[in-house]
Design a protein around this ligand. Structure first.
Ligand SMILES: Cc1ncc(C[n+]2csc(CCOP(=O)(O)OP(=O)(O)O)c2C)c(N)n1
Ligand SMILES: [Mg+2]
Length: 541
């Protein structure tokens, strides 16, 4: 197959991948790509390359596929790096294509415009896969290889740098045959031993991480067959809809969650990192009788000992474990539901007036709608656990914990899922990192409600300093007048300054067919019962 330019080839590959929207910033080093995408598909000109990757990442998450970001050479690719780190940390699929200087000058050090030292080395460090297009007959193979690497579980970002002269050149695209890599599967004996333990369980707990979202049916069947509790990491949320009576959810480290885990006799964990924030820095007590399923062999036994380590695909392994499942002892499932209710009621009470906002979001949104979250107190306290998720594709948040990525993610998700409204939860500090994306929001006009929780600074760090130190450092920030800012950008603006505003304001914003900036004035709204601080150690405290 012949294409006139690399841009035409890229469009063909993106169509194969089901991608209709691409995020990026145009440059002399990606012009043929941007022009073809804009002509044939949809090109969204974001205002920072980090946001391009965040938006592409969330587009992929919201559809359960992958997204595509286009950046420029050097600073543009470097700007993308932080968000590629997020995709790498979260195992989500992004095809990142960046320019490169003309192939003749690559690596020459002569200061060709945008030239950078070892761009491929940088991309390799922050991507699951990175490659340079070496010739006009190799681009198709490399793009498909990259997409495949990004999509193969555990996923990650794949970066392709493409010398600009080769983007302008006519392309020869030859069909590529990929051999299917064998899916690992545990042997019969290992499986039977784990099955025997599962069959003996009287008080089982299942812990679902992001890997479990690939085995939703099997997980639901296992819950039904065992009556087990389902605890999740933040990434595992929605694997089983969170209004299910056996879903305790992302509450493992609460007092009632810990007590439940202490009383459990068998733990089955599926596709989880046991990240520090979700295990009290790996100190959370878990049952020693532990069956761990993971597609990533390195994850098995990495944090908690796994006497039954099952290396394989979650769906396939659960399918084989299911025949061993037996109902839990009488009363266990009722206890699980009681814990589920208790942890939710306690948190609902603790967050004071913000509970009305959490309730209003859930009430206003259809059952399947994306909630994208930046790293802010409302997310860390209630957004990441109390606001029910019914599908993992709706649960978009930076798993690596970097601030500033929520709005870009929300824009990507909203454009990926135009049939439902999207809500973004952001703090004033996180929003300020990429304030320019308000203009992307205003220009693209997705159905997106941006809730900005304004406390005049980096509240979570301020709370830590107020508790542990006699000085505040770097936490109090000037914030814009959000009403004027919204007006300057051409965005509708609404304000929540009391709990009773939450329901009418959020339902109005969510019902709109375009974007709305909703400022939550936290000083006016009033405090939570206790100032929120994150689950990190302060050795001197
Ligand atoms: C890229 C990055 N830089 C710095 C941090 C440290 N950090 C974590 S939360 C936070 C404050 C965020 O402020 P805001 O968005 O206003 O949320 P709030 O804590 O006030 O609710 C900061 C600076 C981070 N997580 N990521
Ligand atoms: Mg703040």
């Amino acid at each position: 197959m012949r294409y006139d330019t690399g841009g035409d080839l890229l469009v063909a590959v993106l169509r194969e991948l089901g991608i209709d929207t691409v995020f990026g910033i145009v440059s002399v080093h990606n012009l043929p790509l941007v022009e073809a995408v804009d002509r044939e598909l949809r090109f969204v000109p974001v205002r920072h390359e980090a946001s391009a990757v965040n938006a592409a990442d969330a587009y992929g998450r919201a559809r359960g596929t992958l997204g595509c970001a286009l950046t420029s050479t050097g600073t543009g690719a470097g700007n993308a790096a932080g968000s590629l780190i997020e995709a790498l940390a979260s195992g989500t699929s992004v095809l990142h294509i960046t320019g490169q200087v003309e192939s003749e000058f690559l690596g020459s050090g002569r200061g060709f415009i945008h030239e950078t030292k070892d761009q491929l080395g940088m991309l390799t460090a922050v991507s699951k896969y990175a490659a340079t297009v070496p010739s006009a007959d190799a681009a198709g193979r490399i793009l498909r290889e990259a997409a495949r690497a990004a999509l193969t579980a555990p996923g990650g970002p794949a970066s392709v740098e493409w010398p600009v002269d080769l983007q302008y050149a006519a392309q020869t695209d030859t069909a590529v045959e990929f051999t299917e890599a064998a899916v690992p599967a545990p042997g019969e004996d290992e499986l039977a031993a784990a099955g025997a333990l599962l069959a003996s369980a009287e008080r089982p707990v299942i812990w679902a991480g992001g890997g479990a979202t690939r085995a939703r049916t099997q997980l639901a069947d296992l819950l039904a067959a065992t009556g087990a509790a389902l605890v999740t990491s933040n990434s595992g949320r929605g694997a089983v809809p969170e209004d299910h009576p056996q879903v305790v959810g992302n509450f493992a480290t609460t007092p009632a969650g810990r007590a439940l885990l202490a009383d459990a006799d068998v733990l089955l964990t599926i596709g989880t990192h046991f990240r520090s924030n979700e295990t009290a820095d790996y100190g959370l007590g878990l049952p020693a009788a532990h069956i761990q399923i993971d597609l990533d062999a390195d994850a098995l036994g990495r944090v908690y000992p796994a006497p039954h380590a099952l290396h394989g695909d979650a769906a396939g392994v659960l399918e084989r474990l299911l025949p061993y499942a037996k109902p839990a002892e009488p009363g266990w499932t009722a206890r699980v539901t009681a814990v589920r209710d208790e942890v939710r009621a306690t948190l609902h009470d603790n967050i004071g007036p913000q509970a009305a906002i959490c309730d209003a979001i859930r009430a206003a949104l259809p059952r399947e709608a994306v909630v994208a979250r930046d790293v802010t107190i409302p997310s860390s306290s209630w957004g990441n656990r109390l606001l029910d998720m019914y599908d993992p594709r709706d649960n978009v948040f930076p798993r690596g914990g970097g601030i500033g990525q929520g709005l870009g993610m929300g824009i990507g998700a909203a454009l990926a899922r135009p049939d439902a409204p999207t809500v973004v939860i952001a703090g004033d500090g996180g929003l300020a990192v990429h304030l320019g994306e308000l203009l992307t929001l205003a220009q693209e006009r997705p159905r997106l409600t941006l809730l900005v929780f304004n406390d005049g600074g980096y509240g979570v760090l301020r709370n830590m300093q107020d508790r542990h130190s006699d000085r505040r450092s770097g936490v109090d920030l000037a914030t814009p007048d959000f009403e004027l800012l919204a007006r300057a950008c051409g965005l509708p603006y609404l304000r929540i300054a009391a709990a009773e505003h939450a329901e009418p304001v959020i339902s109005e914003a969510v019902a709109s067919d375009g974007p709305t900036l909703v400022e939550v004035d936290l000083a006016a709204l009033g405090p939570m019962k206790n100032p929120f601080t994150p689950p990190v150690k302060i050795p001197t405290a």
